[in-house]
Design a protein around this ligand. Structure first.
Ligand SMILES: [Zn+2]
Length: 146
């Protein structure tokens, strides 16, 4: 017997021993797959394989009762239009849309709120004002603040 043949036999033995359990596992997996396929055929619908979200009824963990976060449902669609004429957006707070409510707050804070800019104004009842920008704006702001 040559050294070459001996080495080859040794390597073959080693490989067979290493691959043996793997082969068994693969065979088992294939058998499982066949079982699942047969079950799916029996049930009349294909089963989804692979990682996915478990059904809600089966999910574990704390129940979802308790304090809810964020805006309560139903408040989003107020159906009322923004108080500012020609805005067309939906009311968010105090009769104004998000942008005009911010403007309202800023005007209020800087004592520049026009007479018709009231809280909870009727839709399309308030005339929008164009604020001076740049140096003129800074001047107007300083004058308003006194
Ligand atoms: Zn608006």
């Amino acid at each position: 017997m040559s050294v070459d043949k001996m080495l080859r036999d040794m390597v073959a033995d080693e490989v067979a021993r290493a691959i043996g359990p793997l082969n068994a596992a693969v065979a088992q997996l294939q058998a499982n797959g066949q079982v699942i396929a047969r079950l799916a055929a029996a049930l009349g619908q294909p089963l989804k394989r692979g990682p996915g979200r478990p059904p809600k009824a089966l999910s574990l963990g704390a129940p979802t009762t308790g304090k809810r976060r964020g805006r309560p449902p139903g408040r989003k669609a107020s159906g009322r239009a923004c108080a500012v004429k020609g805005c067309g957006k939906q009311m968010r707070s105090k009769g104004y849309c998000a942008a005009h409510y911010q403007k309202f707050r800023m005007l209020e804070r800087t004592n520049r709120l026009p007479a018709d800019w009231v809280a909870d104004a009727a839709p399309n009842s308030v005339k929008n004002i164009k604020l001076p920008r740049g140096r003129a704006g800074a001047k107007a702001l300083a004058a308003a603040r006194g």
